[in-house]
Design a protein around this ligand. Sequence first.
Ligand SMILES: [Fe+2]
Length: 180
Amino acid sequence: MVKAWYINDESVVNVEMVKRSERHLNPPQYVTLDELKRKIGVQTEWINVNKYKTVENLQKLSVQKGYNYWDIIDIENHVEKHASFYTEHMHNEPEVRLVLDGSGYFDVRDAEDKWIRVLVEKGDLLSFMAGGYHRLTLDSNNHLKLFRLFGSEPDWTSLNRPQDDHPVRIAYALQALNGF
Ligand SMILES: [Fe+2]
């Protein structure tokens, strides 16, 4: 089940150490799934992934959810990519990810530009709107296997912040003012 909370800002020396930890405020400040949806545009649900172990079943799940393309990525196998995932960025398309195994942190910015850390674990499906700033990291378990879903041909472009003049970013920011 997805859990989310505000984290301390980055003014740290050892980023590798802290990026994989919970980094709660003191006292902790949690964010509800409803707030995540309304304020940030992050939607979540839980899926019993044990029912979708074969390629055929994953294909069925993809179609059932309305997506035409998918792939699977093991983040620990992409150490060189890990740094780019953790660099704050946005996309032109929604980011839709189902955790097939392991766990990790999907950090998103709120309207006041504060970081919210979203813990995703096995079975969590997260979809985030195009134009929202975010980043991804492994947690201390060092294992995250993701099923990545796309509505159209996958666009792997990550647009690093700042993108404040980008039309997709502007559309996201305007929608965030009124809630999603
Ligand atoms: Fe992303």
